[in-house]
Design a protein around this ligand. Structure first.
Ligand code: SF4
Ligand code: SF4
Length: 174
């Protein structure tokens, strides 16, 4: 009986000591949504379309590789066609990402041979309607312009000219 009482008393003292110690620590959590922490470098939330710095146009040539490689069929591309000649053009008329299908696997970025896709850190992509989770060409460019983005290719972080990427090109290549 005495031993059980001692054990209970010890447990009360230890648990209160732990509570007190944690109360004095700086919290690791933040008061979201009032406080929003910047996503760490390397965060990847959504594939986005990159704009060529020189031409101001998309790097995407509408080759369709990412569409075919995507394991969840999250990408839908319609290639542009010249209305006069009927010949296919090398840019996408529409480029839709069905983000509700996307599992952020990075395969589309890996297979793109034209450096047209990057992964952007946008942790708050949520919507009440599933239709609102389909992003068109303009949405994907806007996301690229406004969020920090990176490109991982063959497991390596590729240099980028994106102003918010935090990964600059070497001095010699600027
Ligand atoms: S693989 Fe690259 S260039 Fe080809 S359609 Fe996809 S984004 Fe465009
Ligand atoms: S990240 Fe993966 S799932 Fe998402 S669009 Fe690209 S290939 Fe498809």
């Amino acid at each position: 009986m005495v031993r059980r009482l001692l054990r209970a008393a010890r447990s009360i003292v230890v648990s209160h000591a732990i509570t007190l110690r944690e109360m004095l620590h700086h919290p690791v959590t933040v008061r979201y949504p009032e406080v929003r922490e910047r996503a760490p470098l390397g965060s990847r939330d959504v594939p986005v379309l990159k704009v060529n710095e020189g031409s101001g146009l998309l790097n995407c040539t509408s080759c369709g590789l990412c569409e075919r490689a995507c394991p969840t069929s999250a990408i839908e591309i319609v290639q542009a066609v010249d209305p006069v000649s009927g010949r296919r053009r090398s840019w996408p008329e529409t480029y839709d990402l069905h983000y509700d299908h996307c599992m952020v696997c990075n395969i589309c970025v890996e297979v793109c041979p034209f450096d047209a896709l990057e992964m952007a850190a946008v942790p708050e992509l949520a919507a009440y309607c599933i239709e609102d989770l389909t992003y068109d060409k303009e949405d994907l460019v806007d996301l690229w312009k406004t969020a920090r983005s990176i490109r991982i290719h063959d497991g390596m972080l590729m240099p980028t000219r994106h102003p918010q990427a935090g990964v600059a090109l070497p001095e010699s290549e600027r």
